[in-house]
Design a protein around this ligand. Structure first.
Ligand code: CP
Length: 320
């Protein structure tokens, strides 16, 4: 593996999942693989899970991880080719990235979308500029449109549940449902989850959301899409809950109908579904306390699995 930006870089998804579960069983089995190697974790946006799980994963492989909060501690970076830098940006990415590529063996970057201009965000200019100029493998810690380490974690968590027979479905029904939120959020997690579940191909996949919250077809193609949440939830084995802002009329919040929040009453439609969310979550807005604190919730286990997803990907890059 030479980069990890989307499912297209993953190769065999089940092999990555198996490696992750092997690491979960024996975290230090490759503790010398990254000896003498260094990863730079660059954050242009906040993080709890992604930052810490990737640091732990690197440590398990004997690799040094250095975090740089670019947004707070670095020079303001310019990404536009040919920019006349008379504004607030101080350093061009084509100057900074090759230097970072000399300091580190692998670079990992978090860059959220602006949610102002869809074409700009969906061109993935920020992460593509890093890839273009860094000269070392680049891992996405969440980009403008995708969150592949989260999605690999999600497939690991689903596989793990299936391997223990809970739920006992050979071909599970997975539902991705929109949930209310108080502010516009990126489409990244939903796009990415859809992209990975479709590529994995081992589930019946349904996406449900209110009208006007359609995601980009390039990620959802292959899923059944409905605006009827109750119908979507029927016999579901896994329900993935996530808010996203509008894609077509880009970055808007059209409605926050609390009826879309998952409750135990809605859980009754499902096949005792396991409930997933990437976190952070706004309790009793996006997901109810009764679901998050209930026995069907996988969210804590899911967040724990972030380590094994990151370790599996780092291992594949170190072994390239
Ligand atoms: N799910 C996730 O990416 O969490 P953080 O934003 O805390 O990294």
């Amino acid at each position: 593996m030479t980069q990890f930006i989307s499912v297209k870089d993953a190769g065999n998804i089940n092999a990555l999942v198996k490696k992750a579960l092997d690491y979960k069983a024996n975290p230090l089995m490759d503790q010398l693989l990254g000896k003498g190697k260094r990863i730079g974790l660059l954050f242009l946006n906040p993080s709890l899970r992604t930052r810490l799980s990737t640091q732990v994963a690197a440590s398990n492989l004997g690799m040094e991880a250095i975090v740089f909060n670019v947004d707070k501690e670095g020079w303001a970076l310019e990404f536009e080719e040919g920019a006349i830098m008379s504004g607030h940006t101080v350093e061009h990415i084509k100057d900074a990235a090759p230097i970072l590529g000399q300091y580190f063996d692998v670079l990992a970057i978090r860059t959220f979308p602006s949610l102002k201009n869809r074409e700009d965000d969906y061109s993935e200019m920020y992460i593509n500029q890093f890839i273009k100029y860094a000269g070392v493998p680049v891992i996405s810690l969440e980009s403008a449109t995708l969150h592949p380490l989260q999605s690999l974690t999600d497939i690991i968590t689903i596989q793990e549940a299936l391997l223990t027979g809970k739920p006992s479905a050979s071909r599970p029904k997975i539902v991705l449902t929109w949930a209310p939120h108080i502010k516009p959020l990126p489409q990244c997690v939903a796009n990415s989850f859809a992209q990975w579940v479709n590529a994995w191909g081992e589930a019946d996949f349904v996406i449900t959301h209110p009208e006007d919250y359609e995601l980009a077809e390039e990620f959802t193609k292959g899923a059944t899409i409905t605006h009827n949440q109750d119908a979507a939830l029927q016999n579901a084995d896994f329900v993935y809950v996530k808010n996203w802002s509008t894609y077509t009329d880009y970055g808007k919040v059209y409605e926050n109908n609390p009826a879309w929040m998952l409750t135990n009453q809605k859980l009754a439609f499902t096949n005792q579904a396991k409930i997933m969310h990437c976190l952070p979550v706004r309790r009793n807005i996006e997901l109810s306390d009764e679901i998050l604190d209930g026995s069907n919730s996988l969210v804590t286990k899911q967040a724990g699995n972030r380590v094994w997803a990151a370790q599996s990907v780092l291992s594949a890059i170190l072994n390239r």
